[in-house]
Design a protein. Structure first.
Ligand code: UD1
Ligand code: UDP
Length: 372
């Protein structure tokens, strides 16, 4: 038996690690242990509930308005004890959060090999996204096994002279759809059930990134305000991140507007099924850029760059920046020109076939056999 400790702490890591944890639970050659850092509390628990995962360890690190210093220090110290107690053969971390990097560093200090899920995404700008670009680069340096969603991600690692143990697996977010996407779905959130689906077209949006806090987020909100005013046939649905710095700006600018629903974060099942019914996605999230192409929904990325160029190349995702007029112009192009919209609305999914978790497990088992 190989003992695998999976560590994650935020909503997006959980959405992408839970399908893998489920798959490992069904594998007779693996003993799966889960440690959550709870860098996010409510938004993480929502996901664990959907996938029915009960963690073995919970570091419970979240505090209101936490800093990168708080998270990093608490995760490293908390994990020391968990690793010493559980003595795993390998530790899996995901992506680019501060939980991921701190967990990889703690594993390194304990000389336990790290498997990096969603490895090799890069913008090559260390401050954008901040601190994620550096988190994933440093995690890549520490990791022994690299599970890259796409060939392009693998190429990025090769350029950094990481040449061993890179496995192109697809993204586990596609695996998650097996659990979340349902026909004739009834939303858990009553506000979503009440939306006028027959009469309006829906723009699903999220924005929360650290580098967008302040003026960029104000620009984004003002762009939405202008679009909602111009187009009464559109309805904006914005599940607002629980970060107080995000909520202050969003509710101040967009609160109590007729065709804008500001709601609390929704469950991942509600999210994926809402996405399937939307006309357009506007977001600064990484995960939404991977999910919407699967449904053939165009995405306008509210950032100046992306580490997910595959969907841009396929034509379903456009990076539009963080200036109000640019965002309004890009959205209007799609709303006013059915031809332009149709060009983007293609169900192309560059992120795999829903079997990424199986490939990751095979690679872990293969490597364990080689080591014996
Ligand atoms: C974190 C990740 C980011 C990821 C994002 C996904 C880092 C540095 N950032 O950023 O990469 O894209 O998660 O959402 O790792 N809060 C709650 N309840 C929750 C979650 C958050 O109240 O369930 C509030 C807390 O006040 C917390 C704040 O949000 O202090 C910010 O959370 P934090 O994890 O520090 O940053 P995110 O912006 O969520
Ligand atoms: N998501 C969710 N509920 C919400 C908003 C987002 O379940 O209210 C999901 C979304 O479908 C995606 C993930 O959360 O899978 C993205 O998380 P987030 O935007 O917080 O982080 P990022 O992907 O930018 O790291």
């Amino acid at each position: 038996m190989i003992k695998v400790l999976s560590v994650f702490g935020t909503r997006p890591e959980a959405i992408k690690m839970c399908p893998l944890v489920k798959e490992m639970e069904g594998c007779s050659e693996i003993e799966s242990i889960v440690c959550i850092t709870a860098q996010h509390r409510q938004m993480l628990d929502q996901v664990l509930e959907v996938f029915e995962i009960k963690p073995d360890y919970d570091l419970n690190v979240m505090s209101d308005c936490q800093t990168l210093f708080d998270i990093t220090a608490k995760v490293i110290c908390g994990l020391k004890e968990v690793i010493e107690k559980s003595r795993p053969d390998i530790i899996l971390v995901h992506g680019d959060t501060t939980t991921s990097f701190a967990a990889a560093l703690a594993a390194f200090y304990c000389k336990v090999p790290v498997g990096h899920v969603e490895a090799g995404l890069r913008t090559y700008d260390k401050y954008s996204p901040f601190p994620e670009e550096m988190n994933r680069t440093l995690t890549g340096d520490i990791a022994e096994l690299h599970f890259s969603p796409t060939e392009q991600n693998k190429e990025n690692l090769l350029k950094e002279n990481i040449s061993r143990n890179i496995f192109v697996t697809g993204n586990t977010v596609i695996d998650a759809f097996k659990t979340t996407v349902k026909k004739n779905y009834q939303f858990e959130n009553e506000e979503l059930n009440q939306l006028p689906f027959a009469e309006k077209q829906f723009v699903l949006m999220t924005a929360h990134r650290r580098e967008n806090l302040g003026k960029p987020l104000e620009n984004i909100c003002n762009a939405v305000l202008e679009l909602a005013g111009k187009y009464s046939n559109l309805h904006f649905v914005y599940p607002v991140h629980l970060n107080p710095a995000v909520r202050e700006t969003v509710f101040r600018i967009l609160g109590n507007k007729k065709n804008i629903s500001l709601i609390d974060p929704i469950s991942v099942t509600d999210m994926h099924n809402m996405m399937a019914r939307s006309f357009l996605v506007m977001t600064d999230s990484g995960g939404l850029q991977e999910e919407a192409p699967y449904f053939g929904i165009p995405v306008l990325v509210l950032r100046t760059e992306t580490e997910r160029p595959e969907a841009v190349e396929m034509g379903t995702v456009r990076v539009v920046g963080i200036e109000k007029d640019d965002i309004v112009a890009a959205a209007r192009t799609l709303i006013d020109n059915p031809g332009e919209y149709d060009k983007m609305a293609k169900a192309v999914n560059p992120y795999g076939d829903g079997h990424a978790s199986e490939r990751i497990i095979s690679a872990i088992l293969e490597r364990a056999k080689e080591e014996k």
